[in-house]
Design a protein around this ligand. Structure first.
Ligand code: URA
Length: 279
């Protein structure tokens, strides 16, 4: 059997994006041979007798969304709040995050804490969901395939060197699963402190898990994207416009959706470059 190596690489990248990163078995299983044998048995079976039963149809997937954060923050969030408040600059905040033991993700196989990259005086802060495998290995957010796409969009929208990039959680969720609301709550005081230290003119929330957590929304990302919300700090001292957009990993799987994300980036640049009204 011959393989097109580019097709195989592309398929593996697709699975890696989807969070599949361990092999099911050491040897590949050729399902086409299995299927051919199965079809042969079926064809040879005497009529009227069913030898192969159709699998029952999978139950329809039920969409569930995290409840709005009416639940009290986990006890770790208090610790995080104290540590975050004591961090006077972004370097101190990065150290406080690395030392923090209150988010379970730290103990679920992550190699290191992943905090931020970009311009500390940026007018735009981009907040993703959580680090993936490449980010976990390199210690910086959005450095894998999705990050490369994000960088191209940032540059094309005229925002190169004008963004600060971080995530709702600072350790890689195992298997690239979505971070849980509790994990996001435990990390939220650090994220809020980062926003307060950078003081961007706008927040761009990449993906549903980011938008829902940061804006305390339950609506899906397709309804939220491209709209402006007002993000408020816990103590109400800071208010910053925030816009959800589609996650770049989603755009890699659904290229047709890039048009919508591009519209969001243009809206963002327009807002950031709009001259401030005199007070
Ligand atoms: N996806 C995210 O949400 N954040 C990253 O840092 C990388 C991929």
């Amino acid at each position: 059997m011959t393989f097109d190596i580019r097709a195989v690489e592309s398929l593996m990248a697709f699975w890696a994006d989807a969070g599949v990163e361990v092999a099911y078995a050491d040897e590949p299983v050729d399902r086409t041979v299995q299927t051919a044998a199965l079809l042969k048995t079926k064809a040879e079976a005497p009529t009227g007798r069913r030898t192969v039963q159709a699998a029952p149809a999978p139950a329809a997937r039920k969409m569930t969304f995290a409840a709005p954060v009416a639940t009290p923050p986990p006890p770790a969030a208090e610790d995080a709040r104290r540590l975050a408040a004591a961090a006077g600059d972004l370097d101190a905040l990065a150290k406080a995050i690395a030392d923090f033991d209150g988010c379970g993700l730290k103990f679920e196989g992550a190699r290191q804490a992943v905090f931020s990259r970009g311009n500390p005086d940026a007018p735009v802060m981009i907040i993703g969901e959580g680090p993936g495998a490449d980010e976990d290995a390199q210690g910086a957010p959005f450095v894998g395939r999705a990050g490369k796409l994000l960088d191209r969009m940032i540059a094309a929208a005229g925002l190169e060197d004008r963004v600060f990039i971080t995530n709702t959680v600072f350790w890689r969720p195992p298997g690239n699963r979505t971070p849980s609301p509790d994990e996001q709550l435990a990390c939220a005081p650090f994220l809020e402190r980062a926003i307060a230290l950078v003081k961007p003119k706008a927040l761009l929330l990449a993906g549903g898990a980011s938008a829902k957590s940061v804006l305390k929304q339950t609506t899906g990302i397709l309804a939220l994207r491209g709209r402006w919300f007002e993000w408020k700090s816990e103590d109400g001292s800071l208010e910053i416009p925030a816009m959800p957009t589609l996650h770049p990993a989603f755009l890699l799987r659904q290229p047709a959706a890039k048009k919508k994300a591009w519209e969001d980036f243009l809206t963002l640049t327009e807002r950031v470059d709009r001259p401030d009204r005199p007070a």
